[in-house]
Design a protein around this ligand. Structure first.
Ligand SMILES: *[C@@H]1O[C@H](CO)[C@@H](O)[C@H](O)[C@H]1NC(C)=O
Ligand SMILES: *[C@@H]1O[C@H](CO)[C@@H](O)[C@H](O)[C@H]1NC(C)=O
Ligand SMILES: *[C@@H]1O[C@H](CO)[C@@H](O)[C@H](O)[C@H]1NC(C)=O
Ligand SMILES: *[C@@H]1O[C@H](CO)[C@@H](O)[C@H](O)[C@H]1NC(C)=O
Ligand SMILES: *[C@@H]1O[C@H](CO)[C@@H](O)[C@H](O)[C@H]1NC(C)=O
Ligand SMILES: *[C@@H]1O[C@H](CO)[C@@H](O)[C@H](O)[C@H]1NC(C)=O
Ligand SMILES: *[C@@H]1O[C@H](CO)[C@@H](O)[C@H](O)[C@H]1NC(C)=O
Ligand SMILES: *[C@@H]1O[C@H](CO)[C@@H](O)[C@H](O)[C@H]1NC(C)=O
Length: 661
């Protein structure tokens, strides 16, 4: 007996061999435990047994045996006793009761039973809400507690002032190959917070639990004023940039929760900023994982408010193949006209999305394969364009499964509207045909006081803008100079004027074609029929010929203010030619002519120049026009005088005859 006694003593337990029989008359004590009846290992726990005044002894029983290892203190002259256990371990888990003694043999009724649960016996289970922790007021949700440890049971605890708990046996879930219990919860109301943890335990030691799962809070969408969610500087962000999400609710809010749709844990929980009614959620460096849909929830003493609208956070630059964006027919459209923006890529994105700076709602379209190419595109058509539609556009590609992960942006494209105000004139000072390496100066001018002029080369994405200058003659103009002409400057140019405060450009100037020579390594020959010296009024043919294939011949006259002439080539016996006919030539057609060839694939890039041909148009008497006319008038005057003399002579001779009669 002594042996058994010692062993049990070592465990902190002892059988009470002198259990008195005088029970039942004294009222039962109350047993409580601090800090909680569920504690983790190594914490200090204090049992408080409260009897009545004048008590000389208390005793604590664990699982039916007197427990003597706890340090006992009598308080308030015996009214209660404290039993302190400094380091809780798994052996302390169990069912406790206490008694008190008024005399050595007279013992009270047993107190209430108190279960002391010790946690940390197993690894923590995981707790999740199915389908999601987002619930509307009045809705139901299923909480799933999952553990790797086989069999056993799970307990779910709702935290807060009114603690609730549910227990369930564990079941094997084949799809996740783990043990689980499902707890239906609801209907959920919006007047309180719903925070849960779950534990796992075994039936044979029901007071020995696992570590707690992470806390799971249900996010309840109630009926109170809906908070406003917004992202600064915007919701389309490049990786590495910093972002702030603001949630603005009502005054008196206690907490704000930012939730990412599809996740179990809240993205972030914040107290409101002082003063005010909004919370700030910072993302110092945006990463791919941040892309998604966000909503914020707000809880105040009055309960949960309605959840905010959904904010889509897009992370760009995820796919490196950036698409190209271009405007058809041109990035300058006349007011009221239509325009198509083409977004294209070699990469097979599912969708393209078009964004405009400062615009909230981008539009997206499915991609289409461009026939006969390996490119994909989407065409965004814009009708009845007004100055409101102008701005800087970009497009991105993405895949359907990850709609918030976009490609790098296309180069920005600026869209302009040209209106009805008077067109400026566009002039060249170097002629229409230029040699590479020369300089080019295009001048856009108007008698309207435009503040800016813009030069646009057809087919390009950008306009070049310059401030206008006023000349002494009262004209407004801007010079667009290029020091070194290269072949990519060949093309059609237009210019526009604009006033500072308007986003609308003037009507377009007449187009001006700039042609660059020396691109085709071909030198055509130019000849003149019937003769390089002709009389005015005659017909002349300038014949341009080439031994190599060209699609078009161009004839230019040195120093002429008129654009050069173009003619389709005709082929005959491996010779390509075009005949430029000039009917009824005049003196002004005199000059030096050259011809060039070009191909349709690059109509602004020309061959070398032919050898020059001098055309001389002269009058029939080898005199110039003005003298000719002067002589004609002179001759007419002389004829009239002669006629006059003849008439006078006739009358005079008649009168003489009369006298004679
Ligand atoms: C939630 O469950 C209760 C019964 O448990 C049911 O009366 C109620 O209609 C359910 N609510 C919803 C939104 O399904
Ligand atoms: C098993 O777990 C998965 C994932 O949580 C869940 O979707 C499914 O409903 C569970 N199956 C059962 C039978 O509970
Ligand atoms: C909300 O639900 C809890 C738990 O079911 C309940 O105790 C409480 O009374 C409910 N509150 C309201 C306002 O319905
Ligand atoms: C623009 O498109 C609309 C609808 O397709 C058409 O009715 C209208 O005539 C077009 N306007 C111009 C200027 O082409
Ligand atoms: C377009 O701009 C005009 C002013 O130019 C403005 O009155 C109008 O409200 C704008 N329309 C839209 C849809 O923004
Ligand atoms: C533009 O070019 C013309 C001719 O070369 C010159 O007279 C004028 O001063 C220039 N104007 C400006 C603003 O550069
Ligand atoms: C127009 O804007 C330009 C550049 O912002 C400025 O230099 C110029 O003085 C402005 N013109 C007028 C008339 O306000
Ligand atoms: C062209 O005209 C000049 C003078 O009239 C004459 O000398 C020359 O022979 C002519 N040439 C041809 C090819 O007809």
């Amino acid at each position: 007996m002594t042996f058994t006694f010692t062993v049990l003593l070592c465990l902190g337990l002892t059988l009470d061999l002198r259990t008195p029989v005088l029970a039942g008359k004294l009222p039962k004590p109350v047993l409580r435990v601090q800090p909680d009846s569920v504690v983790s290992k190594y914490t200090e726990v204090t049992f408080l047994c409260e009897g009545t005044t004048g008590v000389t002894k208390y005793s604590l029983y664990k699982d039916g045996h007197s427990y003597t290892r706890a340090t006992q203190f009598l308080l308030e002259s015996g009214k209660k006793a404290e039993f302190r256990i400094s380091y809780i371990n798994e052996n302390h888990a169990g069912r406790y009761r206490c008694y008190y003694y008024v005399t050595y043999y007279e013992r009270s009724e047993p107190s209430n039973t108190l279960e002391l649960v010790v946690t940390g016996a197993f690894t923590k289970p995981s707790l999740s809400a199915q389908p999601s922790p987002e619930v509307t007021s009045g809705g139901n949700v299923t909480l799933q507690c999952v553990s790797e440890q086989p069999y056993g049971r799970f307990i779910l605890i709702k935290q807060g002032p009114q603690k609730l708990s549910w227990r369930r046996d564990s079941q094997y879930n084949h799809s996740i190959q783990n043990y689980q219990a499902l707890f239906p919860v609801g209907p959920v109301n919006s007047s309180q917070r719903w925070i849960f943890r779950c534990y796992r335990y075994d039936n044979y030691r029901p007071q020995l639990w696992s570590d707690p799962s992470e806390a799971l809070e249900l996010l309840v969408s109630g009926n109170l004023h809906k908070p406003i969610i917004k992202a600064e500087p915007g919701s389309v962000m490049a990786p590495g940039t910093s972002l702030t999400i603001w949630c603005q609710g009502t005054l008196g809010a206690e907490i704000y929760v930012l939730h990412k749709v599809g996740s179990q844990e809240p993205q972030d929980t914040q107290n409101p900023e002082e003063p005010g009614s909004k919370a700030k959620f910072s993302i110092p460096s945006v990463r791919r994982e941040h892309a998604g849909q966000y909503r914020c929830y707000c809880y105040s003493k009055a309960g949960w408010s309605e959840r905010s609208d959904t904010l889509e956070l897009v992370v760009t630059g995820i796919h490196y193949n950036k698409p190209s964006l271009s405007a058809r027919p041109s990035p300058v459209v006349t007011s009221g006209g239509n325009m198509t923006l083409q977004c294209a890529s070699w990469n097979r994105y599912d969708k393209f999305i078009l964004t405009r700076e400062d615009q909230q709602l981008p539009s997206s379209l499915d991609t289409q394969h461009i026939p006969w190419t390996s490119q994909y595109q989407a065409l965004f058509s814009m009708e009845h364009m007004t100055p409101n539609h102008t701005g800087t556009f970009r497009c991105y590609g993405y895949y359907k499964d990850t709609p918030q992960l976009w490609s790098e942006p296309s180069e920005p494209l600026e869209i302009h509207i040209s209106g009805l105000s008077k067109k400026p004139s566009l002039l060249t000072q170097q002629g229409y045909i230029l040699h590479p390496g020369r300089s080019l100066k295009l001048q856009c001018s108007s008698d309207i006081s435009y503040d800016r002029f813009a030069l646009y080369k057809v087919g390009e994405a950008d306009l070049t803008q310059h401030c206008s200058q006023r000349t002494q003659a009262g004209l407004f103009l801007a010079n667009f100079t290029r020091d070194y002409v290269s072949r990519d400057m060949g093309g059609q140019y237009r210019c526009y004027g604009a006033h500072n405060l308007s986003s609308e450009w003037s009507a377009s100037s007449d187009p001006l074609d700039i042609l660059i020579t020396g691109y085709l390594h071909v030198t055509p020959s130019l000849s003149v029929k019937p003769n390089s010296t002709v009389l005015s009024g005659e017909n002349v043919i300038l014949l341009c010929q080439s031994m190599y294939s060209v699609d078009t011949f161009i004839l230019s006259k040195e120093g002429s203010a008129h654009p050069p002439m173009r003619l389709k080539s005709k082929s005959q016996e491996y010779q390509w030619h075009a005949e430029f006919s000039m009917t009824a030539v005049t003196y002004t057609d005199t000059g030096t002519y050259r011809c060039y060839g070009s191909q349709d694939s690059a109509p602004y890039l020309l061959s070398e120049a032919s050898a020059p041909v001098e055309l001389t148009v002269s009058d029939s008497e080898n005199q110039d026009h003005t003298t000719g006319n002067f002589i004609r008038i002179g001759l007419a005057v002389i004829v009239l005088i002669v006629l006059g003399i003849l008439v006078f002579e006739a009358w005079d001779s008649q009168s003489w005859t009369h006298h004679a009669a």
